[in-house]
Design a protein around this ligand. Structure first.
Ligand SMILES: [Zn+2]
Length: 261
């Protein structure tokens, strides 16, 4: 037996594209210890591994594809059983191997890029969420500043200074106050409220302090809070801030941190 039929089979075998009688025949031949086929098999395996490692899927050049199709076209079914079936088998085997290799490489590359694309999509979503949050906070801040400026245009509006007390003597604050429209308190240098706590604003007119809402300060110790007007537009004598449970309480219980007098 000549070596000729085995010359072309190692590559197909490496790709699992060797079928029928040829597979056991080739395996028997390999088991016989043929150095030529052993080397060809190793080379094919290495080529396949390199193909998988190197980026984009490999597409057969048009010239190769045309040549293969021409060979398949010129090999009629009648000639398949003839004395020279090898070229067709080789052509089909090579084409199948190329398709299998390209699909394998494609799937490998696709899964790698899918992972990267998924990560990029998650990062983009997180960024979009943060931008939307920042934008909402900015809009809110602009709305506060705009209505504070509107209040300042009104000659009835007063500006009241708040002084730090007890636990936070360095804290400062200003109230922009309109007897009919209410106003805003702006504070600075207040430490962040401990967990479960918040600052509560009080307005004192003629009797007991009235709760006017709770607020928090940011990392730099600054905070802004809208103060609703008092019923009947009663004049406020004192504004005060105490540290309270974060839900707010109907009457002050905690230490006073800021007051207007
Ligand atoms: Zn051999």
């Amino acid at each position: 037996m000549t070596h000729e039929p085995y010359d072309t089979q190692a590559a197909s075998y490496a790709l699992g594209a060797l079928d029928g009688e040829e597979r056991p025949e080739f395996e028997r031949h390999l088991a016989g210890g043929c150095a030529v086929c052993g080397a060809a098999l190793r080379a094919s395996a290495e080529t396949l591994a390199a193909m998988v490692r190197s980026g984009p899927p490999m597409v057969p050049p048009p010239a190769v594809k045309e040549a293969l199709l021409r060979r398949i076209a010129t090999t009629t079914p009648g000639r398949r059983a003839s004395a020279r079936p090898r070229p067709l088998v080789w052509a089909v085997g090579t084409l199948a191997a190329m398709i299998a290799g390209a699909a394998f490489t494609g799937a490998f590359v696709a899964s790698r890029y899918e992972g990267r694309l998924g990560q990029m999509a998650r990062e983009a979503a997180a960024l979009r969420e943060r931008v939307q949050r920042d934008e909402a906070a900015l809009r809110e801040q602009i709305a506060v500043y705009r209505s504070a400026v509107d209040l300042l245009r009104d000659p009835q509006t007063q500006i009241v200074t708040l002084h730090g007390l007890g636990p936070s003597p360095e804290a400062t604050g200003r109230v922009i106050w309109h007897p009919v429209n209410g106003g805003y308190v702006f504070v600075a240098n207040l430490p962040s409220a401990p967990a479960g706590k918040a600052y509560e604003l009080w307005t004192i007119a003629d009797a007991a302090p009235q709760p006017a809402g709770v607020f928090q300060v940011d990392a730099s110790g600054r905070g802004t809070h809208r103060i609703p007007p008092l019923e009947g537009g009663k004049p406020v004598k004192v504004f005060a801030v105490t540290l309270e449970p974060e839900g707010g309480v109907p009457a002050p219980t905690g230490p006073m941190v800021l007051a207007s007098k």
